[in-house]
Design a protein around this ligand. Structure first.
Ligand code: SF4
Length: 287
């Protein structure tokens, strides 16, 4: 029986990632070498492709040892301490922080940069240790409280004002649950403000992605193991189509999954390159 294999046209890199990769490729075409602080995108196959062109991924510890070089900052953004370190070491920054993340950093900084007596507790709904979250916490001299779910709300003092923000790639539903819970626990008359800072490049995809997933017997969701956006979007696909499999690349396809499926959908995260989804398609067609 003929198989129909379709790639979701809405899946793939968001503009923040496209811009970061474009900046890296421009520099690599000119000089053949560029440092990047952390994975440029949470996709090891794409990182490998760019490494082949001369991109070198470094850690913060390695950055401290470098001097007089160019370093690209990826779309997730960085805390102020990174810019200070670069300045000390005469490092030229190619800043690819996504404008959406940059705006969020500025908003958090504005909430924090008020007189200490007026300052609310800055609460960030996000993943502890995630690069974007580190960049956000850095705007508050490390004082922001990061929570991953409502169970962690005990860290917050409900008798004091709260300003709640979200990491750009978190789920809207999770954010709404947190707003509701904080609202219930706030002491009467204490100010609570919440700012929906979830990137619509991600949240708008959910509905379309679910429609796509529902329309196929089998869905292969392609995303790197480190992509938090990938995990969120995969969960949404799995919710409407339990026959959804999460794979990093074509090598992880188990031919047994394909079995009797006649309609196979391929989709991915905002960090999934199009070429990787194409490879998955060709692998299926060759089985
Ligand atoms: S998901 Fe949104 S905020 Fe994050 S890099 Fe992409 S466009 Fe920017």
């Amino acid at each position: 029986m003929d198989k129909k294999v379709e790639i979701d046209s809405d899946s793939g890199f968001c503009f923040g990632v496209v811009t970061a990769i474009k900046k890296a490729e421009e520099e690599l075409a000119e000089t053949g070498s560029l440092y990047c602080l952390g994975d440029i995108v949470h996709n090891s196959d794409e990182v490998q492709r760019l490494s082949g062109k001369g991109l070198k991924i470094i850690t913060h510890e390695e950055l401290e040892q470098l001097k007089n070089v160019k370093v690209l900052l990826r779309a997730h953004g960085e805390p102020p301490s990174t810019y200070q370190m670069a300045k000390r070491n005469n490092i030229e920054i190619i800043d690819a922080t996504c404008p959406v993340v940059l705006r969020l950093q500025q908003r958090i900084k504005k909430s924090f940069d008020v007189d200490e007596k007026q300052r609310p507790q800055i609460v960030i709904y996000g993943k502890k240790g995630h690069a974007e979250v580190n960049g956000l916490v850095g705007q508050t001299l490390g004082q922001a409280i990061v929570i991953e779910n409502t169970d962690e709300l005990d860290k917050v003092d409900f008798s004091r004002p709260i300003a709640l923000y979200s990491q750009t790639t978190k789920s809207l539903t999770g954010f709404q649950e947190i707003i509701k819970e904080i609202g219930c626990r706030m002491h009467p008359g204490v100010k609570f403000e919440s700012f929906d800072t979830i990137c619509r490049r991600v949240s708008n995809r959910v509905e379309k992605l679910q429609r796509f997933a529902e329309n196929h017997d089998l869905v292969l969701f392609v995303a790197g193991k480190k992509s938090s956006n990938g995990k969120v979007l995969y969960a949404h696909c799995h919710e409407v189509n339990p026959n959804t499999r999460l794979i990093a690349n074509a090598n992880e396809i188990d031919p047994e999954w394909i079995g009797a499926a006649t309609s196979i959908g391929i989709c991915g995260a905002t960090s999934t390159p199009r070429w990787l989804m194409e490879e998955v398609k060709w692998k299926i067609l060759s089985l």
